[in-house]
Design a protein around this ligand. Sequence first.
Ligand SMILES: Cc1cc2nc3c(=O)[nH]c(=O)nc-3n(C[C@H](O)[C@H](O)[C@H](O)COP(=O)(O)O)c2cc1C
Length: 324
Amino acid sequence: MTLQIGPLTVRPGLAMAPMAGVTDHPFRVLAKEQGCPLVYSEMISAKGLVLSSRRNSSLLYFTNRERPIGFQLFGSDPMIMSEAARIIETFGPDFIDLNLGCPTPKIIRNGEGGALMRNPALCREIFCAVVSAVSCPVTVKLRKGWDEQSLNALEIARLAEKSGMKAVTIHGRTVRQGYSGRADWDIIKQAKELLSIPVIGNGDVDSPYSAEEMFNICGCDGVMIGRAARGNPWIFGATLAWLRDGKILQPPTMEEIVEMILKHFRIAIDFKNEATAAREMRRHAAWYIKGIEGAAVLRQQLVRITSFSETEKILRDFAARSRS
Ligand SMILES: Cc1cc2nc3c(=O)[nH]c(=O)nc-3n(C[C@H](O)[C@H](O)[C@H](O)COP(=O)(O)O)c2cc1C
């Protein structure tokens, strides 16, 4: 369960997945506070960095308490990717990860993200260009293949290893699948058997028990949790307690959920401004309250929030009503 990415040791190898629109600075801080051993940035456009010199983008901001952190890049031009990696390295992340999995139509149309799974020769060029451009470790996150007819994760993972990449994350779905169906963990197991660089497994881990199961079934070095972490930074503390001590932590109480949402909101306000933070918190709040009794009505109120004080009142009134 130890994940070694170049000189970086992550123990246990548990990570929060990169998620655009979710794993920004405020949410990473909360995941870290719950003990998450490794976090990633949202994906960052290489073209945006190099051609529009968006170097003050909020995507690039992090603090030392988020370490170790990987910054994720997406793009398709080896020259631009290597230049972007050079720029990113100056911000000092612990490593740089390359995105070969994004299924968003706009990204695919540009030949980026998951579209690269269709072009191993270009992948190789990108891998070599980026690895030789920077001195920090470079890793890659890929899918099982483009579609069921072209399952080439192992081929691309081998190319990554040969190009000097320090770890490979495999999401056990094809790009065409998007997020539907079940993730295939067998491909992760096969990659682990084939490669000598570390393998991080990803797809459908949603509890401490499924994290342990993935470690056991796949023999992988790391396990990455994505969607199940949204509105649930506690999943990392619970998973650590289970993996390390076989302890089962109680789920958070309504009071703890309220305090976490408000804390998230405060960090987001400091990071951006109240209006932007409120817009972003509408989504996060809906995730935080998922599954609690009375969530539907509460969600109706939270999808309209515009300020911290209004949100605090809505949540505290709700918590008081649930107590009585
Ligand atoms: C809202 C959202 C945004 C995502 N953004 C990224 C991203 O920026 N980079 C990336 O490599 N994967 C991204 N992913 C994919 C996740 O990292 C992960 O591979 C996927 O959700 C499967 O893991 P899970 O079953 O634990 O959610 C995103 C997924 C979601 C749901």
